[in-house]
Design a protein around this ligand. Sequence first.
Ligand SMILES: Nc1ncnc2c1ncn2[C@@H]1O[C@H](COP(=O)(O)OP(=O)(O)OP(=O)(O)O)[C@@H](O)[C@H]1O
Ligand SMILES: [Mg+2]
Length: 258
Amino acid sequence: MYTMGIDVGSASSKVVILENGVNVVAAEVIQVGTGSSGPQRALEKAFEVSGLKMEDMTKIVATGYGRFALKEADKQVSEISCHAKGIFFLVPEARTIIDIGGQDAKAIRLDNKGFVKQFFMNDKCAAGTGRFLDVMARVLEITLDDMAEYDSRATEIASISSTCTVFAESEVISQLSKGVSKENIIAGVHQSVASKACGLAYRGGLEDAVVMTGGVAKNAGVVRAISRELNREVIVAPNPQTTGALGAALFAYEEAKR
Ligand SMILES: Nc1ncnc2c1ncn2[C@@H]1O[C@H](COP(=O)(O)OP(=O)(O)OP(=O)(O)O)[C@@H](O)[C@H]1O
Ligand SMILES: [Mg+2]
């Protein structure tokens, strides 16, 4: 039996196809969010990779910001529940999840059965989210893929004191004009994102193991900064951008078995 999870985020669309609730046969990401082409292109890619078609799917669950716009879905489940489900499947020792996506950041606390005990979210402001990193990468004229490497060459962490993305952008431009290296500025940018995420993670008490997910988990510079700030190991979820879609596919499997 095949089930599908679709995560329509603000920055990207993700599709996971699961066989019998255990084997991932496709986990695809398209870097376009809620716009109509993102989910459709992610679906097409997942079918291409798996050799399957829509009729093969027993159940489909949608999650993410754009989940209600998908006519293909049998059910909608929140992103918090889907990330919790996907992460617990991959890393059963996880008790704190940090998800940083394109437009929000969340800390989710799990119990030892994988149920959500508490969650904290910043969805009011771009600072501390992927959007902040996207803006800074553009100002610094480097790709998202290169950010971690620049960070690893930093000799000092530049101070980015503004808590607002727009002011922080001006701060970065001013630091560049003063001759501060891109490496040090990027380390400061990562530190700024990390301190906001850790603020969320500390609320309600922090429990190990800490697992990071969402697209920003692909940036090893942010992961290092969070690990430094929390003073503990941070596990990066395998294929972190697709864990919400994986959780949705697992919910679809439970629904199908009913
Ligand atoms: N290869 C990469 N290297 C570093 N960072 C990346 C990479 N790919 C994506 N990102 C970061 O991940 C962010 C998007 O994350 P993700 O795809 O989880 O967001 P989303 O689920 O669409 O958003 P949200 O959950 O907030 O609606 C981007 O803003 C970018 O900063
Ligand atoms: Mg997301």
